[in-house]
Design a protein around this ligand. Structure first.
Ligand code: THU
Length: 126
């Protein structure tokens, strides 16, 4: 699958976002080492601290279906800035895939990509 195809899946997943508080829908598409793709969207809550990001939705879906080896994740948010994973999502991704490639897109579909190890150096593990 190309980067562009994975980003399209992320954009499509953002349509399912439940984001009445921020008004900022986000979609993610997580590619496993075997090629399986799990998508996710952000799911917000009236108790703001209970909001779940699109990336973590995708990771939890994958892990709960028996997948723990990940290659790439595409994230789409239609803002003017690249939709970079938040700190909590970086840590959750690092738990399973410290070297995963992160593709972050913005409105119009242009994107940047970084290895997670650049976005979260000196990751906490024990
Ligand atoms: N959000 C994500 O789902 N992923 C990101 O990478 C950044 C932020 C969500 C959380 C919240 O629902 C909304 O975007 C605004 O922060």
């Amino acid at each position: 699958m190309t980067d562009r195809e994975l980003l399209t899946l992320a954009q499509q997943a953002s349509v399912q976002a439940y984001a009445p508080y921020s008004g900022f829908p986000v979609g993610a598409a997580l590619e496993c080492e075997d090629g399986t793709v799990y998508t996710g969207c952000n799911v917000e809550n009236a108790a703001y601290g209970d909001c779940i990001c699109a990336e973590r939705t995708a990771v939890v879906k994958a892990v709960s279906e028996g997948h723990r080896d990940f290659r790439r994740i595409a994230v789409y948010g239609s803002g003017k800035n690249y939709c970079m994973p938040c700190g909590a999502c970086r840590q959750v991704l690092a738990e399973f895939a410290p070297e995963i490639e992160v593709l972050a897109a913005k409105a119009g579909g242009t994107y940047v990509s970084y290895p997670l190890s650049r976005l979260l150096p000196h990751t906490f593990h024990f």
